[in-house]
Design a protein around this ligand. Sequence first.
Ligand code: GUN
Length: 292
Amino acid sequence: MNLIDGKKISDEIKVELQEKIKVLIDSGRKVPGLVTILVGDDPASQSYVGSKSKGCEQLGMHSKIERLDASISEDELLAVVGKYNADPDYHGILVQLPLPNHIDEDKVVEAIAPEKDVDGFHPISVGNLVIGKDTFFPCTPYGIVELLKRYKIETKGKHVVVVGRSNIVGKPIANMMLQKKEGANSIVTICHSAAEDISKYTMQADILIAAIGRANYITSDMVKEGVVVVDVGINRIDDPESGKGYKIVGDVDFDDVAPKSSYITPVPGGVGRMTIAMLLKNTYEAYLKIEQ
Ligand code: GUN
């Protein structure tokens, strides 16, 4: 069993970006910028947005958190997005999801200028991804592809089984692995909660991508010997022994599945680490395209 170290790879990506950004700044070019828009005060969202912003600053980019009250109207939020679309100091715009119920998320995501859509959630980005055109890849799937590439895991002709069909992970990663490109070119199956017997699909996986949102759901009897396991889950479970009273586990029962796998991502320290690194990469790429 080989551990896929998301911390190591995300640190490598950040160092690579930091060097490129230093070159830009040393040559007197403008500093790349990201704005994150946070509506309301959900603690998890606050923490994510804080990490994204800190990540930018570590790399020499500038960032701003636009904190808005949960009572903001949809029109007011759309106006804020419009303001940043037109602001040349910001090359990436990220609206942290979920939004309060009275706001139509789709409408807000669609209001983001596609050239600043560093989350890759805009329908134009999604469409370009599906047809294999250059675009912004959503950060978590992008991180998965990068992990597989950097560990030189063969994907061509391999059977990738994705468990979960979310717009943020399941659908985009399935489409990315399907592309006739290096680091992809896989045979792809997506399965989900409507399957009568998920094992029927997971047992066939050469590469299993678990993005279900259920703690320790994948067990060793559901995978074949030598499988590559990518665990996207971030689930909180009670743990009276830890000081906090809880611990974070993935969608895969790590201790059970690891001995049967050839490669496996841990939680924490696996895919989660990659998401922010890829957001920073997307922001840098957005800058290059906008500033030429
Ligand atoms: N909420 C949970 N994950 C994400 C993400 O990747 N981007 C945004 N904008 N919101 C999220």
